[in-house]
Design a protein around this ligand. Structure first.
Ligand SMILES: [Zn+2]
Length: 474
């Protein structure tokens, strides 16, 4: 081989090994875990959860903290400015108080930006971008676990009326800062599937429209191209779990309004994932998407994305995911036998009333929990009437369930519960001879050997093992 060719190959090799290190394609899971802010793995974050994290970064000269204003109930709302570049990026989280996943991601992002080991990445965009972060725009809603602010107003339907102090502050930040890019961070309901698949939409993205015709101007085109880069990241990190949010124009919403102001706006929705009640998977992905976006916006790399990459992302399918699917359960109504699937809604956040929501061929749905009931038949719930004191330990309780009792009625003070298994007292709305929609998810599953499982307010108890198959909270 001629020496010049060897030299060329060597140069080419060193070139291809240097370039990826400079372009920060994505933060690895291992790197992420190193910077993940402890103490935020919770279903709901409030202002006191993030105040210590912000305080810890306040003295860092990289970050310029200022108080943007305060909420209706006078909780401070902070903004953090980073970098000095000409391209401006505004990111805000938790304008819906009960959507805190991305607030944790912004705390993680602060840790990553502050990390000395990440200085090469940070320095690659610090003089190209001016980044403004507004974590937890709705601290009052966060405190009460509500979507709305303390006046009962949905801040994200207040972009035109501007009647909430929080909405006015966000509009003020956008009007004064004049961002090129806006990153609008939310949580979406856990029942969205990715298109026709049975996978959860763990992340959904959208470049919101600025009119009913969903026209694409230059600003929206850039947002779509940035989402193209986000799609590549998701394809590497968690293939199959990315969807696109509903793109119907929403005149009163901030994302759509900002899009109309010429801001390239990207909506990032954190969603559910199996065995991940606190959305820590979506939190990590949101952090990775944010970190990658800073690199891509600073370098202009997103501009290489074709719009077809954005268009190829499947839309969210509402109700495509169920909490619990019980498949192939034998039922019979007036001699009409069938094998059906049941979909159950566990209402984890609300009154914890598990309900039967759908019956039939439910093979098009995905679920957080699934149980194959082949060989088992529906047996209606049956009451054990309390008329004298009863102490319930594991073995006594399991014996009653095997006898076909599913719950207790009468004077609850007669019952002493000495088991950690779920026990139902005077439940309402039970199904009769066959499962019925919107009735309580409480019945028994039996075969010719007798009762094998009990479904107790949505929790499946295997009587032979004395074990819950889908304990709530997992
Ligand atoms: Zn939201």
């Amino acid at each position: 081989m001629p020496r010049t060719l060897i030299w060329l190959l060597a140069a080419l090799f060193s070139f291809t090994t240097v370039v990826p290190a400079m372009t920060f394609s994505s933060l690895s899971v291992q790197q992420y875990n190193e910077f993940k802010q402890p103490g935020l793995d919770k279903p709901q974050l409030v202002h006191s959860d993030i105040a210590p994290v912000l305080a810890q970064h306040k003295q860092n000269p990289l970050f310029r903290f200022s108080q943007l204003g305060q909420s209706a109930l006078a909780t401070p709302i902070w903004q953090i400015d980073i970098g000095t570049g000409p391209v401006k990026v505004l990111a805000w989280s938790q304008m819906h108080g009960d959507e805190s996943t991305a607030t944790a991601a912004l705390m993680d992002l602060l840790n990553i930006i502050a990390a000395e080991s990440q200085a090469p990445w940070r320095n690659s965009w610090l003089d190209r971008l001016s980044l403004r972060l507004i974590p937890m725009l709705n601290p009052d809603g966060a405190a009460s676990g509500a979507r709305f602010n303390s006046m009962g107003i949905d801040i994200n339907r207040d972009a035109k009326a501007l009647q909430t102090p929080e909405g006015r502050l966000l509009m003020q930040a956008a009007s004064e800062f004049k961002p090129d890019f806006g990153l609008n961070l939310h949580d979406q309901n856990r029942f969205y599937a990715v298109g026709d698949s049975n996978k959860q939409a763990t992340i959904s993205l959208l470049a919101p429209a600025f009119n009913d015709a969903k026209d694409i101007d230059d600003a929206r085109k850039k947002a779509m191209q940035l989402i193209g880069d986000m799609r590549d990241l998701m394809a590497n990190e968690l293939p199959g779990y990315l969807a696109k949010y509903n793109d119907t124009f929403s005149w009163r919403s901030f994302g759509d309004t900002f899009a109309g102001m010429g801001i390239s706006t990207v909506l990032i929705e954190a969603g559910g994932h199996p065995s991940d009640d606190n959305r820590q998977v979506a939190r990590r992905l949101t952090t990775q998407l944010l970190a990658m976006s800073l690199s891509s916006i600073a370098s202009g790399a997103y501009a290489k994305q074709p719009l077809s990459a954005y268009q190829a992302i499947p839309f969210n399918r509402d109700g495509g995911i169920k909490d619990l699917l019980i498949n192939n359960l034998a039922i019979s109504v007036n001699g009409n036998a069938a094998q059906v699937d049941l979909a159950l809604d566990l209402d984890i956040e609300g009154a914890k009333q598990a309900r039967i929501r759908d019956i039939g061929d439910l093979s098009i749905y995905g679920s957080y929990h699934a149980f194959n009931a082949s060989g088992l038949r529906y047996q209606p719930a049956k009451a054990y009437r309390l008329d004298k004191p009863l102490t319930l330990d594991d073995s006594g309780y399991l014996a009653l369930l095997r006898q076909g009792y599913s719950h207790f009625t009468g004077d609850g003070s007669l019952l002493t519960i000495s088991t950690a298994l779920p026990v139902l007292l005077n439940p309402q709305g039970l199904s009769a001879d066959a499962p019925q929609r919107n009735r309580s998810a409480t019945f028994l599953l039996a075969n010719d050997q007798g009762v094998q499982l009990a479904l107790l307010n949505g929790q499946l108890l295997d009587l032979n093992r004395g074990k819950l198959l889908n304990p709530l909270g997992t």
